[in-house]
Structures are given as C-alpha cells and as structure tokens.
Design a protein around this ligand. Structure first.
Ligand code: BG6
Length: 484
C-alpha cells in the first residue's frame, strides 16, 4: 500500500513562470493531486507570477484548463477542483523591473512556509533572487526551487551558483532533477540499503557491468531550437543518468539525510574517469515514415548535436575498479523504456554439464513503464531427463504488488514539491554536485567539438546507431533489448 499521506505545514508557494509549459503540465496538476490526497493544508496558497496581464480569475481559468488536460479524468472532481482553485492567485510581474513586486509582497502571509519556484529561463534566476530580497519578500526561512538546465557547462553553473548564493544559503536552494523524484529511483536506495541481500555482492568482484538506459520515443519537435544547443549529453546524461549512476555506485550513507546522501554521490562523480573518445557513440535520428528527422526538427541542416549518446564510464575507486558502467539515452527510439540492469559475474565453478543453458544473474530495475524489478535467476528446467538449466525472472511489478494503490503513486514533481515545503533536500542536487558533474562532462563535450565529430544517423524506431552495438560487442557484452 501507498505510504500514509503526511500533511505538510501551511505554505505560500509562488510559481514564477506560472503560465509556462512546465507549470501547466507538471507543477499545477501535481499540486492539485496533492490537494486531492489531503496533503495540502487548507490554508495554503499558490500564487502564479508571470509577465502576462492576468487577474486571479484569469489565472484560475488557466489552471482549471491545465487540470482538465493533464489530470486523468477520474481524478477530476468538480467540487474538489473548485476548492483547489480557491487557493490560487496571480500577480503580474516584471522580473527585470519593479512592476508587481510590491503586490506580490502584499500577498505573502506571516508564519507560513514561503517557497518560490523559478520555472523560468536561468538567465532570470539572478533577477528574481535579487528582487525577492530587495522587496523583503524572501526571508531566512524561504526556499527557492530551480529547474534544469542548471548551466550548460562548469563556468555557467558556477556563475548560477554564485548569483543564487548572493541572496540565499545553500540550505534554501532546491535544484530539481525530476529523476530523483521517481518512485523506482528512490526504491533503488531502499533495495540497496534496506536489504542485506545485495550489498555484499555490490562491487567489482561480483558485478560484471552495469547498463543504464533511458530510451524515449519522442523526438525534439517543438523544442528543437533549445535542444540543438544542448544535445543528449547536456539534456540527459550530465543530470538524470548521472544521478542514477550515483545511486547505484555510492557508498552507504551513514543516514538517509540530505548531506550524508549528497556527500556520497559527490564522491562517485569525482571518482569518474575521463571518458575516452573511442568509448563514446553519438547519434542523430533520421527522418522516415513521413516524419522529419532531427535536422528538420532542429531547423539546423548542419547540426552536429546528438539526439542519442552511449558511453562507457569507469569509476576509479576500490569498489568499482574494473566494472564498466554503460550509459545510453536517445530520442525516437524503438520504445519508451528506462531501466538499470546490473549484470553479475559467473559463479567461480560450474558443477553442471549444461554450460549452454547458463546465463548471468541480472538485476533489472525498471523505471518506466511498468515500474518494478526483475531478478534473472537460474533454475532447473522442469521435467525428467537430466539437469538442464534455464533462466527465469523473479518478477516484482509494483502495479501487481500494490494493486489499486499503484495508481496513487505520486508523480516525481508531486513528491519533490512536497519535499520543498517540508524542507527536505535529500532528493535535490547540491551546488557542488552539479559543478562536479559539469567538470566531468565538459572535457567530453570539448573533445568531440574539437575533433569536429559528427553524430551517426540512426533510423527512427531503432535502438540507436550501429556503432553503439560495437561499443558493447568489443567487450564481449550486449545491450539489453529496448522494449516497452
Ligand atoms: C527532461 C529532458 O529533463 O527529461 C527531456 O529535458 C526528456 O528531453 C525528459 O524528454 C524525460 O523525462 P521523463 O520523466 O519523461 O523520462
């Protein structure tokens, strides 16, 4: 069953960029669902703040439309939606000027948690932080939430950290990586640290390799201009895949506590080796089936930006020396499928003659879809006639295990926003962690830019470029099939 809902303290949450896409798709529908679950105290307020000249009623209409579009129909109770909208207000604000700030101040109430969600371009972070202070809207207990991209390289991430640090302490800054809010990602920590079963084997001595796959079927249409300046390395690997890698590779923290967890993740990032050029494969999806390819979607016929990347990484520490981590992510692939697969080594000696039937143990953690876990085990093939081996999955699908409650698993954003209100930073990135991840990614990107490498084309609906297969074949290993 889904954990009890623990109500948070009353809050005033200001969403800068409240009329934007992320607010409409994720933040506001997520808040509505938390309201429905009884987690949002009645005297909490949500205030949209954006450039658009709207009043409270106009913004409420917009939020109502967002709920109608992005919340499942069976959760749209008229009376509940109306009660939720009653808690919503709007202030038209000039992020770079003076307009609206005093009105916003007038809306804030004493003795409630104040949180400010910067769902805006990073170029505005500094302006917002400065004005929140100058107008006396933020205080030492206020929190700010910032979205990715957190910089596009180490220098810009440092600059962003510096600008935020002028007005807020690190304990007030919540840098979102929504992958950390995914239920199975948190479960990864529970599986590792709440069971004795895996931890003794969790090291290079017993683990052959790790595969992390985040495959998507969507292309970059509609956001090609942004994406073309970013690419899969900046958009997915530096943050989401890096976080997954950290949770698999980190040492047990002494406590499930924000700094203890983040200290351990930071050590992993710092222990990552530079990635060799031959261990990187970049791809770009081609057109096909009446659909445009990457270059059409990015409107850049000469684009060298990758919509797919596969890399082999090594972690230089005692636990992991010699166990490669293979990472891959891409757009327009065969299926939407994200998983982490941990492949164990062979037993030291086989007592059975049936070597053919033998396969490695693999622990597969499925992030999406069908969240759950699979442990691939060897058993005896049933029936008479000698000892033949076969591999079967010990399958734990969360939907089966949780039954009807599975539908109530909160979306990543719901969980993370409530953590902000609670003042719990465990699932948010610390400034030094983000900088370390860029310090690792920067030379990789500079390497291919300096060499003028072009990504290899791949067919839409495929598993990515041919060379990515070779990255594994060369090592006598294979990627797992991408299937939804
Ligand atoms: C975002 C990336 O951070 O994550 C997108 O910018 C990507 O390019 C998305 O599509 C994937 O998130 P999810 O939750 O759908 O796996």
């Amino acid at each position: 069953m889904v954990s009890r809902v623990i109500p948070v303290d009353p809050f005033d949450l200001v969403i800068f960029g409240g009329t934007g896409d992320l607010a409409r798709r994720k933040i506001l529908p997520g808040l509505y669902r938390r309201f429905l679950a009884g987690q949002m105290p009645p005297d909490s307020r949500i205030i949209g703040a954006a450039r658009a000249e709207l009043d409270d009623a106009g913004f409420r209409l917009m939020v109502g439309d967002a709920i109608a579009e992005f919340v499942p129909k069976d959760r749209q109770d008229k009376a509940q939606v109306a009660a939720f909208l009653d808690r919503i207000g709007y202030v038209s604000i000039d992020a770079k000027g003076t307009g609206g700030w005093e009105q916003l101040k007038g809306r804030m109430r004493p003795n409630v948690v104040r949180a400010f969600y910067f769902s805006v371009a990073p170029a505005l972070f500094g302006d917002l932080a400065e004005r929140l202070h100058a107008h006396g809207i933020a205080d030492a207990w206020s929190r700010i939430v910032v979205e990715k991209p957190f910089g596009r390289d180490l220098a810009s991430a440092r600059a962003l950290n510096a600008v935020l640090a002028e007005h807020f302490d690190e304990h007030q800054i919540y840098r979102i990586d929504h992958y950390l809010g995914k239920e199975t990602v948190q479960n990864l920590m529970a599986v590792r640290f709440a069971n004795i079963l895996f931890e003794p084997l969790w090291k290079a001595e017993y683990i052959d390799h790790v595969q992390i796959t985040v495959a998507e079927t969507v292309g970059v249409e509609g956001r090609g201009a942004y994406y073309d300046k970013s690419g899969a390395m900046r958009d997915m690997v530096q943050n989401h895949l890096m976080q997954l890698l950290c949770l698999i590779a980190m040492e047990p923290p002494y406590h499930f506590d924000p700094d203890a967890v983040r200290d351990e993740k930071l050590k992993v990032i710092r222990a990552l080796d530079a990635v060799k050029p031959e261990d990187i494969v970049r791809g770009q999806y081609l057109g096909g089936g009446g659909q445009g390819g990457y270059v059409e979607h990015s409107e850049n016929p000469n684009s060298r930006t990758e919509s797919y990347i596969a890399l082999k990484c090594h972690i230089s520490n005692w636990r992991w020396k010699g166990t490669p981590f293979y990472l891959r992510t891409g757009k327009r692939l065969r299926a939407r499928a994200s998983e982490i697969a941990i492949t164990f080594k062979e037993p030291p000696h086989s007592i059975f003659d049936d070597a053919k039937g033998w396969r490695e143990n693999v622990l597969v953690i499925r992030l999406q879809p069908n969240e759950g876990m699979n442990l691939m085990m060897m058993i005896k093939e049933p029936g008479p006639g000698g000892m033949r081996l076969m591999q079967v999955p010990l399958d734990m699908s969360f939907a089966d295990a949780l039954g009807a409650d599975a539908e109530d698993i909160p979306d990543a954003y719901e969980r993370l926003i409530m953590d902000v209100i609670r003042g719990n930073q465990t699932l948010f990135m610390r400034g030094d962690e983000v900088e370390a991840a860029w310090a690792w990614a920067d030379p990789i990107i500079a390497g291919w830019e300096g060499r003028g490498d072009r990504p290899q084309g791949y067919d839409p609906g495929s598993s990515g470029p041919e060379d990515a297969l070779m990255l594994m074949h060369r090592d006598g290993r294979r990627w797992r099939e991408i299937k939804g």
